[in-house]
Design a protein around this ligand. Sequence first.
Ligand code: 5AD
Ligand code: SF4
Length: 473
Amino acid sequence: MELTHLILDNNSFETKQNNFNKNTNDKKVYIETFGCQMNYSDTEIVLSVLSDFGYNETDDVKSSDVILLNTCSIRENAENKVFKRLDELKKYKKLNPNIILGVLGCMAERLRNELLIKKKMVDLIVGPDEYRKVPHLIDNLIETGEKGIAVKLSRVETYDDITPVRKKGVTAWISIMRGCDKFCTFCVVPFTRGRERSRNFKNIIDEAVRLSDEGVRDIWLLGQNVNSYRFAEKDFADLLNDVAVAVPDVRIRYTTSHPYDLSMKLLEVMAKHSNICNYIHLPIQSGSDRILKEMNRLYSVEQYMQVMKKSREMMPSVGLSTDIISCFPSETEDDHRMTLDVIREVRYDGAYTFAYSRRENTKAYYLEDIIDEETKKRRLDEIITLQRKISVEINQNLIGKIMPVLIESLSKKSDEYFMGRTDCNKSVIIPKEHSYVNDSGELTHKKSFSIGDFVNIEIIKVNSATLFGVPVL
Ligand code: 5AD
Ligand code: SF4
């Protein structure tokens, strides 16, 4: 595979962080992102490209010159959300016909013709490998009135030389590879995001070090299948190891993995470094070997279970989560029961569960769907209910335990609380300020905390998705 070898300009990172939104030019871009973290990371790349051409980001859609939607195609309902949003945005175009409306990402790649014909108000359609062209397409549109369309997929584009414009915070994403060569029979990603390619090893390490120097405390290494990262002789385990060594004060996580490529070497690296999160998200999709074969997943349930077992042996407190697709065409009641059995056996901390969605271009598109709607609903409900019960049981066992938590942000529900995460990726809600009392119940002192602090937290209450705790000395 051909790879890009562009060297990141050491100074450009800071410049970009500092200059974005300080451009004197008055062009304003409003951007909404849908879908996975890769898309959020791509939005940071688009903002970087636009910033070089004098654009400032705005949160106010009404006052923007350019509205961009960075879209997701993974399931039909993800696309429906974007179509609904496009219809809502029509009103801004009516109020100000000069506003430019663009669709970026997977839907641009997949639905360019439909968008051109049905959504006539869309002016720009740009696929995931063509973001460098966005400013030129806008200029050309303004000069000539021609719609801007760029949807070629690339075998080499990794945006390695582009410094993403990140929102200030303790968490940062580093995209390490793009695309996917696995061709699971249900999935559009290989068609919308193209073939696998990896970023330069050293550039990723340098980016992690710069982020650490700027105060980032939590780095996610991102890719459609990080375990197939390759750069020269180096694989993902080498990369994770070297990032962990380079930024010892930063917590490192990664997503997402394919079981076929998850190596023992990777588990050893995870077990060796205390700053790599004790957390593995490993999509199983189905508990039936027959269905896994139909899905072209390249592993058996037994092989998958071996990885789970090894992970727990090597990291006893590891957090485990998965993705499950319910009702893939031809799934029988027995296949469904096997999926429930796997959930019971692994006892995942959490699972993302999806109803199968039929996607054009994929192999599974041509399989006959014989499962009735009532059965589909019941099977998905059974999976969700079982997983929720297990998650609550696992979390209840944590009550009274003391766990180090990295404070990431304000709680979504109250300004009085922070949201943080444990080493095994569980969300914890904690008070912003805590009064400490001695054994006789007398107040000894008060302490307030800040985003970015690591705090020891005693868990006092739980539900299936969240822990609640108080700081301990
Ligand atoms: N239908 C339902 N779920 C899907 N996923 C991917 N494609 C489909 C589809 N066609 C799910 C898989 C994958 C996750 C990102 O999305 O579980 O792991
Ligand atoms: Fe899609 Fe399979 Fe690639 Fe994941 S590994 S992105 S499910 S094709």
